[in-house]
Design a binder for this molecule. Structure first.
Ligand SMILES: Nc1ncnc2c1ncn2[C@@H]1O[C@H](COP(=O)(O)OP(=O)(O)OP(=O)(O)O)[C@@H](O)[C@H]1O
Ligand SMILES: [Mg+2]
Length: 528
């Protein structure tokens, strides 16, 4: 197919809802091929299209896939693959109705056909989709089309911590601790509404280009106690990161997430796992029985090793409580020189430290998002920064140029007269007196948390009902097994010779033996 002219590309982008007519006119009047280079890259630079979307469109045009990728999902144009995981495939996609880029996770065919898994997935995604926290990837929608079940979620332009670790091996302590801090904030928040993530691991933590931390896959979480719906077909977590109690029983709470974050932190700091083995069952045994090694060699500051050891305690109650963990991490960051100097954006290709500009809004951010708004101004410290005293101030090269700061922060105060200063002093005193006389502000309850608690309670109700149905089935099975055992014992007594069978497995094995001998007797030619 001949290459499309710039006008044709703009027409296509307009027809598919990537650009409005006004944006097309703007592009036509501003873009100059000689000065600005290729059109799509310019659209990305000018923020008329998200950079990742512009790159995908370039590739799709080159591959002659103007309509986007298969499968066709209503209201979405599938762009390029963002990644693959155990439960499905993630694509970048364009949602023309809201003019935004989203991530679409299409469940694997095997899971999409598993009724039991699907029911749980849909129920949990319903609750999780209402969670709106700066460190949690938003789940927007869940849908079914042409046999595909897919989850539409917030797109994070950046990289997963798993990908970063595969590239860098490990992270510096300040970065690792800052990531753990934000994930801990997410765990503390979702634990308030009774949700457990169950699968905290580096591949489920993303960093965007500004160094913001986002926890993925909360839609696959299960409310605490809601456990009887587990199916052996569906992994309930990743063995290397799984809490010991999760290996024994699906009845876990957010303390299991604290453990998995402990494993993640260990992995980020030391570049290896505390328990590693090719056989997943052996890994689970190690979580249950062995103590994590590698934390007493002085490679990490003592207080940090101690925190990880507490997070990895076999006894869930002895771990830091989910709600207290963010505070504990922050005090550690403040207490140990160098640990508060993270620069997460540097870990992401194309990442940049940006300062929040008041009122700034992405043209695509039609939904209000809860941005973090932090300022990071220093490069990561040298190895083991706690061993050398911190420099009194960052070097000039480490500082963000003041020209990048909002105007109000740039202007030096010059030429202030004594009178002005005295007036300012008086105003300060009035201000302090006024505010110290005010009653302390009351802690306002978060309406979202109340709503989520109600939703989760309803969900728990449904799950309790499911639980009692399953308990009834188990009771029936136990009775049937006892009856079988009694009959077996009677038979053994009357035969006088056979020993009493011990377990249900033995009984089943005997029944199978009997069946086999019956069918051999009835059908002597079979099996030859
Ligand atoms: N919301 C998102 N925005 C951008 N990229 C994403 C998003 N979610 C996932 N990805 C990308 O897709 C990849 C695969 O994600 P996925 O959740 O399917 O894999 P996983 O976590 O390894 O496995 P699973 O969750 O199935 O156990 C991630 O490593 C990440 O690069
Ligand atoms: Mg995942």
């Amino acid at each position: 197919m001949p290459a499309l002219s710039p006008d044709e590309v703009l027409r296509y982008l307009n027809a598919k809802g990537f650009l409005s007519s006004a944006e097309v006119e703007l592009a036509k009047s501003r873009w100059n091929a000689e000065r600005d280079g290729p059109l799509l890259q310019w659209l990305g630079r000018e923020k008329l299209l998200p950079v990742d979307v512009a790159r995908d469109v370039i590739e799709l045009l080159a591959e002659n896939q103007l309509e986007g990728l298969e499968p066709r999902l209503p209201g979405l144009i599938l762009l390029k693959l963002a990644g693959r995981g155990g439960r499905g495939t993630v694509y970048r996609a364009w949602q023309p109705s809201l003019k935004r880029v989203v991530a679409v996770k299409i469940l694997s065919k095997e899971l999409a056909q598993n009724r039991e898994y699907l029911q749980r997935f849909l129920r949990e995604a319903k609750v999780a989709s209402k969670v709106n926290h700066k460190n949690v990837v938003r789940a927007y929608d869940i849908n079914k089309a042409g046999g595909n079940i897919y989850l539409v979620m917030e797109y994070v332009a950046g990289a997963s911590v798993g990908e970063i670790l595969r590239e860098h091996g490990k992270l510096n302590p300040a970065d690792a601790l800052e990531i753990a801090h934000h994930v801990a904030e997410a765990i503390a928040y979702v634990s308030q509404v009774g949700l457990v993530h169950r699968d905290i691991k580096p591949d489920n933590i993303m960093l965007d280009k500004k160094g913001r931390v986002k926890l993925c896959d909360l839609g696959l979480a299960r409310p605490s106690g809601a456990t009887q719906l587990t199916s052996p077909m569906v992994a309930q977590g990743t063995p290397a990161y799984m809490a010991p109690e999760a290996a024994l029983s699906p009845e876990i709470d957010s303390q299991a997430d604290v453990y998995s974050l402990g494993v993640t932190l260990y992995r980020m700091l030391l570049g290896k796992l505390p328990f590693d083995h090719p056989d997943p069952v052996e890994i689970l045994r190690m979580h249950l029985e062995e103590e994590p090694r590698g934390l007493d060699g002085g490679e990490l500051p003592g207080a940090l090793s101690e925190l990880i050891l507490r997070m990895l305690n076999k006894d869930a109650k002895k771990r830091p409580a989910a709600k207290d963990l963010p505070r504990e991490i922050v005090s550690l960051e403040k207490a140990i020189p160098g640990l508060d100097k993270s620069s997460l954006w540097e870990l992401v290709e194309g990442g940049e430290a940006t300062l929040p500009v008041p009122g700034e809004q992405s043209t695509l951010a039609l939904e209000p998002t809860n941005e973090m708004g932090f300022v990071q101004t220093q490069s990561p410290p040298a190895n083991k920064p706690w061993e050398t005293p911190p420099l009194p101030s960052p070097s000039a090269s480490q500082r963000i140029p003041t020209s990048a700061l909002p105007v109000s922060r740039q202007a030096p105060i010059t030429g202030i007269g004594l009178g002005t200063m005295a007036l300012a002093l008086v105003l300060c005193v009035v201000y302090i007196v006024f505010f110290t006389l005010q009653p302390p502000p009351e802690n306002k309850p978060d309406p979202q948390i109340d709503q989520l608690k109600t939703d989760n309670a309803a969900l728990k109700g449904e799950l309790e009902a499911e639980k009692s149905r399953q308990a009834a089935v188990r009771e029936f099975m136990a009775k049937a097994a006892n009856k079988l055992r009694e009959e077996q014992a009677d038979d053994a007594a009357s035969a006088g010779a056979k020993p009493q069978r011990e377990s249900l497995d033995d009984i089943m094995a005997e029944i199978n033996e009997l069946r086999a001998s019956h069918s051999a007797a009835e059908n002597p030619g079979a099996g030859e």
